[in-house]
Design a protein around this ligand. Structure first.
Ligand code: ADP
Ligand code: MG
Length: 259
């Protein structure tokens, strides 16, 4: 039964938004390993897509390809209709448009929290120091770590560091945010403080691609779940549908192991 066409069905960004990130028949090999196989994916403005799947299925490679931290063998990736630039200033701007948050925080360890957040806007966007700092303080406040602004990253907890990493990406005013298992390296008691920031971001309309196995986040914030296995997108569905009624054996098998 398909109820998606009833008049009172909520409209998702997928139905209303313009495409923002598009992958067309993307293939990538690492030597003999076909790590991305004919990937077709469109993420619309304002859409939140959660990518899940077994370890080694290609999720990180997919994220890294969208940010051009990895090249692809063939196919096309566009952000806001523009193919990914190869190098130089254009690439720096692409990386500003596509914010990325990694599992391992990746803050500059020898710079203060505030400098971590202001560096990109100053260097890439040419924002004056005072303006960059006042914007950074507002972002640090938004993620709840403004009191840590003048500390070094190592003085912060993992959850605080990851929230700084989110603020740092947001400082570039990205069009889309990629999160690659942002809570996997955190102690359990710090997971929610990071997920709460991400849920708030989603509700504010940020376009997001989130690799995570946090089902609570997916149910609260995702418009769509994409299930990857062995370099392929095996299944896509709305979260409730996917978690209760996955269509493929691969997905059901995976869910039985993590739920
Ligand atoms: P996931 O994030 O889903 O766990 P990855 O995208 O990290 O998967 O990796 C997919 C596969 O590609 C794995 O088998 C991994 O070992 C391999 N891989 C990842 N990066 C490289 C690399 N730079 N060189 C060779 N193999 C790689
Ligand atoms: Mg990964």
């Amino acid at each position: 039964m398909d109820t998606a066409t009833t008049d009172d069905a909520p409209t998702s960004p997928r139905e209303t938004g313009e495409p923002l990130v598009e992958l067309r028949t993307v293939n990538k090999h690492f030597g003999a390993l076909h790590v991305l196989q004919n990937i077709e994916l469109t993420v619309h403005h304002g859409e939140v897509v959660v990518v899940i799947g077994p370890s080694g299925s290609g999720k990180s490679t997919l994220c890294r390809a969208i940010n051009r931290l990895e090249t692809i063998d063939d196919g096309e990736i566009t952000v806001d209709g523009i193919p990914l630039p190869e190098e130089g200033k254009a690439l720096a701007h692409l990386r500003a448009d596509v914010g990325m948050v990694f599992q391992s925080f990746n803050l500059f360890s020898h710079k203060t929290v505030l400098d971590n957040v202001t560096l990109g806007p100053r260097k890439v966007r040419g924002v004056p120091k005072a303006q960059a700092e006042s914007e950074a303080m507002a972002l640090l406040e938004r993620v709840g770590v403004e009191s840590q602004a003048h500390k070094m990253p190592a003085q912060l907890s993992g959850g605080q560091q990851q929230r700084v990493a989110i603020a740092r990406a947001l400082a570039m005013r990205p069009k889309v945010m990629l999160f690659d298992e942002p809570t996997s390296a955190l102690d359990p008691e710090m997971v929610n403080e990071v997920l709460d920031v991400m849920v708030a971001l989603a509700r504010e309309g940020m376009t997001m691609i989130v690799v995570t196995h946090e089902m609570g986040f997916a149910r609260k914030a995702a418009d769509r779940v994409v299930f990857m296995a062995d370099g392929q997108i095996v299944e896509e569905a709305e979260p409730d549908e996917f978690f209760t009624n996955a269509r493929t054996e691969r997905a059901r098998d995976f869910l039985s192991k993590i739920l």
